[in-house]
Design a protein around this ligand. Sequence first.
Ligand code: HAM
Length: 430
Amino acid sequence: MKKKQKQKFFQAPKGMRDILPEDQPYWDKFLKNAEELARDYGFSKIETPILEDAELFARGTGETSDVVTKQMYSFKTLAGRTLALRPEGTPGVVRAYLENGLSNLPSPLKFFYSGPMFRYEQPQQGRTRQFWQFGLETIGDKEAVLDVQIIQLCLRILKGAGLKKIDVQINSLGCSHCRSGFRRALMDYYRHRKNKICPDCQKRLKENPLRLLDCKEEKCQPVKSQAPSSLEYLCAECKAHFKSVLEFLDELEIPYFLNKNLVRGLDYYTKTIFEFWLEGENSENPLALGGGGRYDNLIQNLGGKSTPAVGASLGADRVVLAMKKEEVKASSGYNPKVFLVQLGDRGKKKSLKLFEALHQADIVAAESFSRDSIKAQLKIADRLGVKFALILGQQEALDGTIIVRDMAAGSQEIVPQEKIVEEMKKRLKR
Ligand code: HAM
């Protein structure tokens, strides 16, 4: 006899997952509060496509960045164009800014966005291939105060999500002028210690020397700890800018850690760069909750006029993980006051109409229309913590009445159906 083959379920692609209803309260708490705060700080919402020309990320995020060289999902369309799933939001926002002529509006312009990003990474806790970012971008001003406003707003958003213990890690990479001096010094230093670094760092030395400071290999740590710092190579203007950033942070009493090894993984940064770590995060392998910095050359690199800008993104998946770790309370917002219990065909028919009437009167009612047992329905009503159960059985449906049960007292009363909405309004107000 032929063996029946067991049908396999489909699975989400590796590194991508469902965000189920039980997790949504955390996401809502974080994202709704982030959006509200961003609006309060004068940021406007922008949405850009999830797919963009792959070249935008090569020129924007950086041809030598890991994000573009190793982690980008790109493919050819039927028309032969190479598109990519966005690995981050900043280049898309800049493209939209240029394409829609927003550069003609008075500066600075402030944008916020949220949505899924895609990076082909090795999945692990807090690192997925599809993840959600909440991002902020201020375009058109070079003042240090705007760098600090982004940091301040990110911290407020994280606090609003219930995360109070956040470390700000900060550094300055300088402008392209001071960066070249620093790069040279870094390469010189590492060239003399080539036999003491891992094979990946040997490659980084040739292709993207700044990333040498990002290496997590144990072997490289002694070399890294003595490596030159970008701060030693800042020109007068970049030094003054960074000093100003730190003074604003002091003024706001925002503590920070000067982290000379912070380089960030994207190529467009100039001057200030920063990350938000959960307090006590292992500095050898931190899972940043967010990060950002200044990108004064990106707009010009993407074809616009020279325009300074600064921004940051928070990773929602990691924020939610941290919220759970810190046992932050998040509620679904579903808070019914009344439960509709129905019995028999007649009762069921009437209760659907009554349910609608209660909702029209702004009374959130819960139900379990598919259940027939009164005991089971009252049990759910009890679990939901409603104040009243409204019981509509065969007899009540015929009489035009309804039983109002006070759940706390256990008392019951019979009320005419046509008066029930008014009666509930009154009783719930008390
Ligand atoms: P990023 O540091 O690459 O910066 O990403 C920002 C945040 O996204 C990270 O701190 C992390 O929380 C989250 N994230 C990144 N990759 C993953 C992943 N594979 N799984 C889960 N979460 C992840 C940017 O993307 C820049 N666009 C930020 C920016 C805006 N700079 C200026 N403006």
